[in-house]
Design a protein around this ligand. Structure first.
Ligand SMILES: *Cc1c(COP(=O)(O)O)cnc(C)c1O
Length: 362
């Protein structure tokens, strides 16, 4: 069914069965949809995130950013103060949301190729009166995996509520939100769960969701109201839900379970990433980040220094061979990115490496 393999972390390559799940029309207020599909999805999401009973989930229309905006715009009360950790485009986007919504916040900015400085963050938390901290888990800009355990420990120590943008990692990297004492985790349908784009979701502490009541800066992105309707009207969405996309997501969750769960998926992604990195190095490409900062999600490589190299020719050449890669997003280095999440297997990565080796596009 696919014309090419998307090596882009969202939208990504989905299975034929996920796509087929969209071939029926569904009624938004019928139990077949709400109870059998939506409620089941909400429960499954929580069970993927933790075994604790203190958490619930909310699905939210829009791309992943809508869900981030929904959390920040609902959870930061007038007397709260948020510390935003920024070491890439998605950390920066959270800061932009705070600015647009007029939230009380401070941004701590690091270089895109630099891991967040734990000591500096600790100092900032000590000297300020912060109620919340928000960070990206896997910075998709570079592929860097940020130090979630260390930051979670700092938040615990300083009694600060931890908001994690786990958009490109949830479902592909094992973690327990209760163990990390995460207040809100945000992700979306078209990343590691391997669904199609159209909505995002939030896994949050029940008490934290209830704390948002009456505080939202937006009607359609009101996290509490959306949760309240879903929770008390058996999976109903307040406004038109993306029914086909939600059905596809239900199928994608089933396929995650069939694969063996998050740990098994992480192992496949890791194997993909290691093959990619190794194969690219053999071809003379250098990854942007040192290996210990790599995530199993996406990898940035420096563009070849050959003067004949042109990203667009490289891109078009690979696309003709069945692979779509991603342009770079780092501000001060010339790179391109290759993702390996989605319905992508080690054999695909081997074929990709062979394609790049065979056809030098510069
Ligand atoms: C994909 C992604 C988002 C959301 O981007 P959208 O374009 O709104 O879907 C947010 N944060 C991270 C880390 C991402 O990878």
């Amino acid at each position: 069914m696919n014309h090419y393999l998307l090596l882009t972390p969202g939208p990504l390559t989905t299975s034929d069965t996920v796509k087929q799940a969209m071939l029926k029309d569904w009624c938004t207020w019928d139990d077949d949809y709400n109870i059998d599909v939506v409620q089941k999805i909400r429960q499954t999401l929580v069970s993927l995130a933790t075994s604790s009973n203190d958490y619930s989930s909310v699905l939210m229309q829009g791309s992943g950013t809508s869900s981030v905006e929904s959390v920040l715009g609902s959870a930061i009360l007038p007397n709260d103060k948020l510390l935003v950790i920024n070491n890439g485009a998605y950390g920066k986007r959270m800061a932009e949301i705070c600015q647009v919504l007029g939230l009380n916040h401070q941004v701590l900015t690091f270089k895109e190729t630099q891991a967040p400085d734990i000591a500096l963050i600790a100092n900032t938390l000590t000297s300020g009166d912060f109620s919340h901290l928000a960070m990206v888990h896997c910075e998709t800009t570079t592929g860097m995996l940020n130090p979630v355990e260390a930051i979670a420990a700092l938040c615990d120590e300083h009694k600060v509520r931890f908001i994690l943008d786990a958009m490109s990692s949830f479902g592909g990297i094992t973690m327990d939100v209760a163990q990390l004492n995460i207040e809100f985790l945000i992700s979306s349908a078209n990343k590691c769960i391997q669904g199609v784009p159209g909505f995002g979701f939030v896994i949050g502490k029940l008490a934290a969701i209830e704390r948002c009541k009456g505080n939202a800066k937006s009607l359609s992105l009101d996290l509490y109201d959306q949760w309240h309707t879903m929770e008390h009207a058996n999976g109903k969405w307040r406004f038109t839900s993306p029914t086909h996309v939600v059905r596809a997501f239900g199928q994608a969750l089933l396929e995650l379970e069939q694969e063996g769960g998050v740990a098994a998926r992480q192992a496949r992604y890791q194997q993909n990433q290691q093959l990619l990195c190794h194969g690219m190095k053999e071809l003379g490409f250098e990854p942007l980040l040192p290996v210990e900062m790599h995530s199993p999600i996406i990898t940035s490589f420096y563009s070849p220094s050959a003067p004949e190299y042109d990203f667009n020719r490289f891109y078009q050449g690979l696309k003709a061979l069945g692979f779509v890669i991603y342009p770079g997003k780092v501000s001060d280095a010339d790179c391109f990115r290759i993702g390996n999440i989605g319905e992508v297997y080690p054999e695909d990565i081997k074929r990709l490496i062979a394609a790049i080796a065979q056809a030098k596009y510069w």
